[in-house]
Design a binder for this molecule. Sequence first.
Ligand code: HSE
Length: 396
Amino acid sequence: MKIAVLGHGTVGSGVCEILLSRAREISSAAGKPVELGPVLDIREPENVPYSEKFIKDFSAVLSDPEIGIVAECIGGLEPAYSYIKSALECGKSAVTSNKELVAEKGAELLSIARAHNVNFLFEASVGGGIPLIRPLYSAMNAAGITEIAGILNGTTNYILTKMFRFGADYSEALSDAQRLGYAERDPSADVLGWDACRKIAILSSLVWGSTLKPSEIPTEGIDKITADDVKIAEQFGFSIKLLARAKFLENGKIFAKVSPAFVKTDSPLSTVSDVFNAVLVKAETTGDVLFYGKGAGKMPTASAVVADIIECAKSENNIADVFWEDGAQSVFAGSDSVSERYFIRTDSDISGLIPEAGKIAEHAYITPLLTAGEFSVLKEKINEHAKLLSNIPIYE
Ligand code: HSE
């Protein structure tokens, strides 16, 4: 069986390398010969030992009956969506590392795959090389998952780690992450939290069975975190992490949020550093389960794509049990459905507005438990007396 690789960027080139260098192990795991087929890229072929495989026309993939699986590593919605949709409709399985595509179009593509008796798998879309998607829909499918909290973006975790460890400048740490191939082409998707938002939307849809749209999830990035926040957090036994959270509420709806958060240094999430990701899953039967590993980078991510290729190759006519639907109504519970405490820092004294016990340092406070709406009211009051310099929720 031939595999078409779409996109020869960081992940796509890693997939080609693994398919070639580990061909024997891959074919043996799949129970049939699996080989690298055409590599689609709009750019000129690179100087690689398989440059003769480069093509520019996707219709050649659709018309080749030897190609059983398409590995999409282009990223973004188009043309990735159209390519995968037509491959599935032609009876070819598809695998992808593309979180934007899975978060936006996952339900539709899963349903098209089912209708054509092929697979659509996306292990690499969340958590890079961490086996996460498959354990969640298979090993934990009877666990009664109630909550997910994750560090799901390697670039921002790398930046925050550098800021904590070395007092590094934000932009210097970002350039480093880009040089190492962790950051998205446009790093705003990382630093503004959109990448983590898409990933928690995928996990939530997968675990609770109905699409949670990224556009509904309140999302804040790390671009406003300062060296002063880092210093105070350290002094009071916290680290700052970009957390993506989702919680199944009693009314059957889901609360989700992406934001920087103060995380107590005794939490397992607090010690996750550099490009590593971690996902803490709380479930009724298992209690806490922690997934940990490299969440970004060429080979870890490519390795997850190849694992999906093997899964598709060995389970022809056997559709994986991964599925969710676009529900008729939104499953998002609203940002006021959960209360939390916030760390705030101002330019002058606001003791009168916060209970005495909340003051932790000069012009730094921890609020009582507040909904997002109550916190907005407090922020307005604070702004009448002082300048609000930072506000960061506390993860408990
Ligand atoms: N830019 C992403 C990250 C890549 O830094 O986590 C992996 O999805």
